[in-house]
Design a binder for this molecule. Structure first.
Ligand code: NAD
Length: 470
């Protein structure tokens, strides 16, 4: 479904018309284009406070990119007087002088904050620089998980980062830029790399105002940056179209062999998707009683297990509660929620989910905020969050489980919405546009990355910072 308004306001006439009528002027987002594309280019400015420790790992990550790295060297952000902390190529930049550069990213390591007074360093870093953030730029703040801070003042300071980042995201969204917060576990600096690369890159174009928690990780053998999922087998449900087809293509692009699953009537479309990526197609209704064993048998027939399980299949059956027939309720809960549990249970019972495996579920902002006429769907998608959070505490052998919660994504599901609701859904977010299936797929690829083994139990929204929900 194409966004006619987005194209119109990016013509000379459309721009002027939108400005004079006070209408939103969304900027077309820049998305990931090719495998060898660096995760960040241009000028990157790094700042830190106190004895923040993540900054040296940031430095290492940035050193592997062609970006020109600067570090804030002003008195108020004085921990970065030593360039070596931010990698060998970093140059000092005083924030007290006029700044000429435009930045593709502003990155601030706040992990060293000990009290709410330290929040002043956040202001000192961003106040002189935020207007220098380029279109499509990235703001990334790294803090500590407030739950890991024993001192209330320290917990307050780190929690404050959430309100700060969510507000920055609203201010920079009009130029197609994003702002996000990574919360690390104490001593978990090494686990940040894959998340830093995701949030600084074009892969996270439609992810803004989000908080992701990254725990400590075990050492991971080096991975091929262009094909990090080489050798992995992925199961993607609902893969014949929309978001599922894009997930299958994205995971295959990153090196995985994909089993695409969908209901029998979609076999023609599913086969096209799996043929184009060298994958395998499986006709299966995930709500059938035998579905979990059918899936397990298919995996055993072709592979020695599965590494990535992506529960994407979903349906909506909208009606207000008083008018909702019972089969609408039952089907929606069964497809969007219960089937996922049964499949995971069977794969784990038969020991088919491999070490360092990944399970990713698809929630929705309807599951976070609720939605008129969607009591069944919202309950199911909210249940997905409960399932992921509980499972995250139980998974073993390096397995992680996370969820994405898409907002308005341009698919056949949203194309079926009435025009006014569709238009409202598209514009009611900080980037004033709908996302694309690939935006959801990229977030899933980040969860699936071998180095993301510290990313567990998260629910990250892919919604352009929708105004709906928290
Ligand atoms: P879609 O309707 O285009 O695709 C869903 C796929 O799931 C279809 O191919 C369908 O055949 C398959 N499916 C349905 N029931 C199944 C069953 N019983 N067994 C096997 N496969 C089944 O939907 P989409 O927009 O691509 O959504 C994908 C996921 O993202 C869903 O879980 C949806 O709830 C979620 N989501 C979508 C949006 C959005 O804006 N499009 C927003 C939030 C969440």
């Amino acid at each position: 479904m194409s966004d006619v308004y987005l194209r119109f306001v990016n013509t000379a006439f459309g721009k002027t018309a939108a400005q004079s009528l006070g209408l939103p002027s969304p900027v077309p987002l820049k998305r990931w284009k090719r495998g060898d594309q660096p995760f960040i280019e241009g000028n990157v400015l790094v700042g830190a406070v106190g004895d923040s420790k993540a900054v040296s790992h940031l430095g290492l990550a940035l050193e592997a990119s062609p970006a020109k790295v600067f570090h804030a060297s002003s008195i108020s952000v004085d921990t970065l007087k030593d360039s070596a902390k931010v990698g060998n190529r970093a140059e000092p930049l005083s924030l007290d002088d006029d700044i000429e550069q435009r930045f593709s990213a502003l990155v601030f390591d706040a992990t060293g904050m000990k009290s709410t007074e330290d929040l002043r360093a956040v202001y000192d870093f961003f106040h002189p620089t935020i207007k220098k953030l380029a279109a499509h730029g990235r703001v990334l703040v790294i803090g500590q998980d407030p739950a890991s801070c024993r001192a209330p003042a320290k917990a307050a300071a780190h929690q404050a980062l959430e309100g700060f980042v969510r507000s920055v995201a609203k201010e920079v969204g009009k130029k197609g830029a994003t702002a996000n917060l990574l919360l690390q576990a104490p001593g978990g600096e090494k686990a940040l790399d894959s998340s830093v690369r995701f949030f600084l890159s074009a892969r996270s174009a439609y992810v803004s105002g989000q908080v992701a928690k990254v725990g400590k990780t075990a050492e991971v053998p080096p991975v091929d940056a262009a094909r990090p999922l080489s050798g992995k087998v992925a199961l993607v449900t609902g893969a014949s179209r929309g978001i599922g087809a894009s997930i299958a293509e994205t995971l295959a692009r990153d090196g995985a062999t994909v089993i695409g699953l969908d209901i029998a009537p979609t076999m023609h479309e599913l086969q096209k998707v799996t043929d184009s990526i060298g994958g395998k197609a499986l006709a299966c209704d995930i709500t059938d009683e035998n579905a979990p064993t059918e899936i397990a048998d298919f995996i055993k027939q072709h592979f020695d297990g599965v590494d990535l399980v992506i529960h994407n299949a979903g349906i909506t059956r909208d009606k207000t509660l008083g008018n909702m027939p019972e089969h609408f309720w039952d089907m929606t809960i069964a497809v969007n929620l219960t089937a996922e549990e049964h499949i995971d249970e069977e794969l784990m019972k038969q020991d088919l989910l491999k070490e360092n495996g990944r399970i990713v579920c698809i929630s929705s902002i309807s599951g976070i905020a609720g939605n008129f006429g969607q009591t069944n769907y919202s309950a199911a998608k909210s249940g997905v969050i409960g399932y992921v959070e509980a499972m995250a505490k139980q998974v073993k052998k390096g397995v992680t489980i996370n969820a994405v919660a898409p907002g308005f994504i341009e698919t056949q599901m949203t194309a079926a919405m009435p025009l006014t609701i569709r238009e409202a859904g598209r514009r009611m977010n900080s980037l004033s546009q709908g996302g694309l299936p690939v935006d959801v797929a990229e977030a899933i690829a980040w969860y699936c990355h071998p180095e993301s083994n510290g990313v567990n139990g998260n629910v990250v929204r892919v919604c352009g910072q929708s105004l709906i929900g928290k």
